[in-house]
Design a protein around this ligand. Structure first.
Ligand SMILES: NC(=O)C1=CN([C@@H]2O[C@H](COP(=O)(O)OP(=O)(O)OC[C@H]3O[C@@H](n4cnc5c(N)ncnc54)[C@H](O)[C@@H]3O)[C@@H](O)[C@H]2O)C=CC1
Ligand SMILES: O=C(O)[C@@H]1CCC=N1
Length: 281
């Protein structure tokens, strides 16, 4: 199998690590494309060892046609605003039986399909940055005419990013608002908690360690325990104790409502990105 990874920024590089870990790629090839050849080279270098062990050839390109030619699967990993330009540059280099997988926020499969040769299947995926350490979550949605076999292939190719779930495409903006952008909300929380600890006299490095492990441990506990988070929160909150004093402050400052509004704002922005797209000329 030959895969073309189109865009080797933050997410493209994380997806590349997952691609080279997939059994479907054994003895295959990945062409990594970026306008900035240095970026493509550095992404390729980041997986060189694993790729070498698995007989996968990884090439760096700055020419879209050279990268896309002969690819069975093409992964679009440029910013949504750059996708039209990228697809136009691919010209006739995309095989009619190829599968295009887009991780770009907001871009509908129909919009992508309209810019690709007839018959090319499109799958939309929304990963998140913890994919970099294989602990992300990727939501996948098939476009028109994409069957279960090709969806299963995409699940395998993204398995190295972490959990893979399937959602109808009309839920992709909601997914983007929650898990796609979500790591940023959590990192902002870690930063704030660590700063608070430092202000209370903890050494900065220790405060950061305590904050990030509290978040990762709580996330793993919530995911694995099967208990509702309200019950887990209650188990921390002794009557008349320290936790309820803190939760009272968060309630006074409407932190819960702020999270709800933040996720909605991100989801609305994904819809806006889609609404702002031009029709193919
Ligand atoms: N960063 C994140 O947390 C997530 C990003 N995404 C999506 O992933 C996509 C990529 O995002 P990032 O990796 O964060 O962006 P990035 O800016 O880090 O990477 C994009 C790369 O595409 C390259 N590029 C731009 N135009 C190109 C073209 N015409 N041909 C070849 N290369 C081109 C740029 O040089 C850059 O290296 C976006 O569509 C974003 O919506 C999805 C989920 C999470
Ligand atoms: O901020 C963005 O637009 C991208 C999509 C999801 C996370 N980052």
């Amino acid at each position: 199998m030959r895969v073309a990874l189109l865009g080797s920024g933050v997410m493209g590089t994380a997806v590349l690590a997952s691609l080279v870990a997939a059994d479907d790629l054994r003895d295959g090839a990945v062409a990594v494309l970026d306008l900035r050849l240095e970026s493509a080279r550095s992404a390729a270098a980041s997986v060189a060892e694993t790729a070498g062990e698995r007989g996968i050839e990884v090439e760096a390109h700055d020419d879209p046609v050279a990268a896309a030619t002969g690819a069975d699967v093409l992964v679009v990993a440029v910013k949504p605003q750059h996708a039209a330009d990228l697809l136009a540059r691919l010209g006739d280099s995309v095989n009619h039986d190829a599968l295009v997988v887009s991780i770009a926020a907001g871009l509908p499969t129909q919009w992508l399909a309209a810019r690709l040769p007839e018959g090319v299947g499109v799958v939309r995926v929304m990963p998140n940055t913890p994919a970099t350490i294989g602990q992300g979550v990727s939501a996948i949605s098939p476009g028109a005419g994409v069957g279960q076999d090709r969806l299963d292939l995409v699940s395998r190719l993204f398995a190295g990013t972490g959990l893979v779930v399937q959602v109808p495409e009309d839920l992709q903006s909601a997914v983007t608002g929650l898990s796609g952008s979500g790591p940023a909300y959590v990192f902002a929380m870690i930063d704030a908690l660590a700063e608070a600890g430092t202000a209370l006299g903890l050494p900065r490095a220790l405060a950061l360690q305590l904050a990030s492990h509290t978040v990762s441990g709580s996330g793993a506990y919530a995911a694995r325990s099967g208990q509702h988070p309200a019950l887990l929160r209650e188990a921390v909150s002794s009557p008349g104790g320290t936790t309820l004093a803190a939760l009272g402050v968060l309630d006074d400052r409407a932190v819960r409502a702020a999270y709800v509004a933040a996720v909605r704002a991100a989801s609305d922005r994904a819809d806006e990105l889609a609404a702002g797209l031009e029709s193919p000329s």
